[in-house]
Design a protein around this ligand. Sequence first.
Ligand code: Z5A
Length: 211
Amino acid sequence: MKGRLITLEGGEGAGKSTVLTALRERLAARGLDVVVTREPGGTPFSEAARALMLDPAYRGICAESELLLAFAARAQHVRELIVPALAAGRWVLSDRYTDASYAYQGGGRGQPLERIAALEAWAAPVQPDLTLLLDLPVAQGLARAGARGAADRIESEGAEFFERVRSAYRERAAQQPARFRIVDASQPVDVVRTAAIAHIDAFLDAAGVGA
Ligand code: Z5A
C-alpha cells in the first residue's frame, strides 16, 4: 500500500517541533512505518540550501531567489526522500512543506500565487494527504520564539510580515478544508498535543488504517 504525506505548518513559535515527536509516536503505535523530515531540508543538498536560505549574512537577497531556493530544496526532497518513501509504503511526516512557500514567499514577500503554483506543478507535484496548521496570534508566537535566542534571517522579519504569513496560511486552510485541520496553538503544550493527535487518529480511522 502506498504511504501518506502528513505536513505540519504554522508561523513562528507555533510549536511544530514540540508536537512532532508525539505525532510520530502515535503513527508508529498504530503500526505505521514513519519517516520524519523537514523543509527546507530532509536531504543533504536540501539541508545545505536551508543553511543558505536562513543565513543572516544574506539579509538582502531578493524574494525571487528565496522562492527558488525553497523550491530547489523541495524538488530534491521530493525526489530523493518523499516519493521513494511513499512508494515503499512509509508514512512521511514533514515539518513544513509547500504551504510554507505560499505563506512566506506568497503572503510574506508578495510573490504571485500563480507563480508559486507553477513551480509547485513543475518541481514538487506531490500533495499532502493531511495538513495540520498550528495557528496562534503573531505576538504570542514571536514571544515564544524570542525566548529561544538568536534569530535566523527570516525570523528577523517584523510583526507585519508574520501577520501576512498567518493570513496566507488561514486563507489556504479555508480554501482546502478537506486537507487542512486547524489546531489552536495558543493553548498549553499538552492541549495542543492532544488536539493534534486527535486529528491524526480521526484521519487514520477515516482511512481505515492502523490498529
Ligand atoms: N520557510 C520559507 O520561507 N519557505 C518555505 O517554503 C519553507 C520554509 C519550507 C525555517 O522553518 C524557516 O523557513 C521558517 C519558514 C521558512 N522561518 N521562519 N520564521 P522552521 O520550521 O525550521 O523554523 P521556525 O518556523 O522558525 O520553527 P520554530 O519557530 O522553531 O517553530 P516551531 O517548531 O513551530 O516551534 P517550537 O520550536 O516547537 O516551539 C517554539 C518555542 O515555543 C519553544 O521554546 C517551545 O518550548 C515553546 N512552545 C511550543 N509550544 C508551546 C505552547 N503550546 N505553549 C507554550 N510554549 C510553547
